[in-house]
Design a protein around this ligand. Sequence first.
Ligand code: NAG
Ligand code: NAG
Length: 236
Amino acid sequence: MFLFILVFIICLIFILAPFILIRFITSTNTDKNGNYLLVIAHPDDECLFFAPTLLSLHSNTYVLCLSNGNNHRSDELRRSCHQLRVKDFKIIDDQINLKDSQTVSWSSDAILGHVKNSVRQWNISTIISFDQYGVSGHRNHSSIYYALLKFSSTSQIHFLSLQSIPIYRKYLTLIELLRIYFMSNTVKTKIFILPSKDNLIPYKAMFEHRSQLVWFRYLYLLFSRYIWINDYKIIY
Ligand SMILES: *[C@@H]1O[C@H](CO)[C@@H](O)[C@H](O)[C@H]1NC(C)=O
Ligand SMILES: *[C@@H]1O[C@H](CO)[C@@H](O)[C@H](O)[C@H]1NC(C)=O
């Protein structure tokens, strides 16, 4: 019984302390001018993984989502993007080239075709997306990274990839925030911290994705570091 209460209290501290600590951390990033395009694989990636970035950028942000074109999820994405102050979004329903299948990798050409259209349409100067591991090892995520790598040689666009974090750090948000608080001057990568005035918005955005709210998503929302911190590698 005692042990149970102890564990409960520790969990509570880990969930609540970030809300206080975040007030004392100011984001060190200096964002470039120009419009930002976030490329995601599924509706809800934008708030599960990228909310701190979208909310701390002062530029216009746009979202390109490469799958799940049914009306229902498209509607959820629209409302979530609205919460996250995204200027506009596009959802691609390409059942042939970007099929939702366990075995087929998304083709780089198909992905790049859509990315190029968006870059032109929205006058994008920086693209944000996953890295090669794609946060959760999801193949759809890493396909986007590899496609965007090919884009580099042919354009003036910048690309920032969201660094995947080992699992033992992924859910210890409090420790990660403390680490950033004490080391903020020495951090080399580009870091976006959730602005403290917006600290409920990632939850509001996720609640717009009603069809995705299974029990483990709640756990994710309570503990995941990606709700609070995004660090990037500058690829080009
Ligand atoms: C596109 O964005 C750049 C800044 O990245 C800006 O200088 C340029 O004027 C923009 N072009 C249009 C047509 O808005
Ligand atoms: C693409 O995403 C779908 C839906 O999440 C998943 O079932 C499928 O395995 C993924 N395909 C690849 C190649 O990653």
